[in-house]
Design a protein around this ligand. Structure first.
Ligand SMILES: [Zn+2]
Length: 175
């Protein structure tokens, strides 16, 4: 996959988890913007939850840096400003310990027939404070009033259990 297909927003000014629609048929996206452009990445609820939980674990396991170096975002990939939107497949999260910056990379699975959909991957980076806000926002949105799991922070099902990442995806609860 050519590097030119990667839109790199760099360090974003804002990143939000957004949900639209009625309960039961809600859709979810992450919307991020920087001086390089804006990206809307649609995903399934389970994918968004995974981002929230993985981010939370990364925040907890990666020490913050007392004296962070400036973040090197790398080239934008496209001539800014650009707006891109797709429904994501694979995603990956990483933490740069030198700058204490988190980066989410999302990948269009390639199902789009739209010839103008030249952006195949979108990458955006955010500081620790934004990462904390985002993970809390995601867990709150996905949970939609359901109590959090004491182990991983993910939302419990109405029955009280769920497939918990902290016990390697085993079902916790009564059923
Ligand atoms: Zn759990």
């Amino acid at each position: 996959m050519a590097d030119a297909a990667v839109l790199n927003l760099g360090l974003v000014d804002s990143i939000n988890a957004i949900t639209l629609g009625e309960p039961g048929s809600r859709t979810f996206n992450l919307t991020a913007s920087s001086d390089r452009g804006e990206a809307i990445v649609w995903m399934e609820k389970e994918q968004l939850l995974q981002v929230g939980i993985t981010l939370k674990q990364l925040i907890e396991t990666r020490e913050s840096t007392a004296d962070p170096v400036p973040f090197d975002a790398g080239p934008p990939g496209f001539e800014p400003p650009i707006t891109a939107e797709f429904k994501t497949g694979e995603m990956s999260l990483r933490h740069d310990s030198g700058s204490d910056v988190f980066t989410l990379r999302t990948q269009d699975p390639g199902g789009s027939e739209d010839a103008s959909a030249v952006v195949r991957e979108i990458e955006f980076s955010f500081k620790r404070a934004d990462a904390e806000k985002l993970s809390e926002e995601i867990l709150r949105i996905v949970a939609a009033g359901r109590p959090p799991c004491p182990l991983c922070g993910g939302p419990l099902n109405p029955g009280g259990g769920h497939f918990c990442v902290k016990v390697n995806g085993h079902y916790t609860g009564q059923e």
